[in-house]
Ligand binder design. Sequence first.
Ligand code: ADE
Ligand code: ZN
Length: 332
Amino acid sequence: MSWQELPKIELHLHLEGAAPPDLIRRMAKERAVNLSRVFAEDGSYVFDDFAHFLQVYEAATGVIRTPEDYARLTRAVLEQSAEQGVVYTEVFLSPDFCGGGDLGAWREYLQAIREAAAAAERSHGIVMRGIVTCIRHFGPYTSRQTARCAADTGGDWIVGFGMGGNETMGRQGDFAWAFDCAREAGLKLTTHAGEFAGPDSVRQALDDLRVDRIGHGGRAIEDAAIVKRLADTGVVLEMCPGSNVAMGLYPGMRAHPIAKLRGAGVKVTVSTDDPPFFRTTMTREFEGLARAFDWDETDVAALTRTALDAAFCDAATKKRLEDRLKTGTELP
Ligand code: ADE
Ligand code: ZN
């Protein structure tokens, strides 16, 4: 079995951030939108830094407009993930992009996304669940509306609530109302922290938002007390090493803190974040980690097991996935 065929679980993937550039170009053409500044000459996404990345991301997202567009996007993203051996994926969905935070409109987008996911499960065997996500730089007021959308549609398919966006704006605690609302509705919680902001952002996420998982969390390594707290409490990190390297946070895989955090007893998992933006795939992440840290199939199986345990889906779905993982975990 090759690295690509190895069954994988992904917990941190932004739906719009996973959009194949060709699909975005096609949608832009259909709508007569000029996206020349979104793409490099070779056709890939182009950006200078994190703030610019978010601008390019939102410009590309601007051409994905209708529920049918989101169904096309979901199909394309799930096919892409299934090709990389992903058997289960938790995907960040943003009602701010899908209907502008209006609950009625969000329900229509969600229905289209779910139908596309059900079709992909039938054709490619990949299982998807959604995490409704507010966008930090849209501010705390908007996050309340997003949380209401999450609370109203949460259940066995929308399984979590999270926050992405520009981590340097505001504090985690500014969004506590939204996270409390989602928690009360029975949703599991995650937030981006310790990606660009320092270890105190991880502390804030634990204290003020009481999350179950942290998106990224790499900069926790700068504070031994936070590392110990993560290890002691078992809060899981959704790490995206290729994304962090592409964003210039670390000069290469070897400099990424994932191995040190794992060595300190922190539960770490591996995801791609926005794969075409960062020229990565789940296969490339594992190949890169294996090369950088001399990790073998036993390490990969352990990381995948951690991801399965940390998934927000119900026990019956986990059992089904566990059976699929058992059937193929050996590398040549
Ligand atoms: N939205 C999409 N990708 C993101 C990232 N890497 N960090 C924060 N917000 C995001
Ligand atoms: Zn992310």
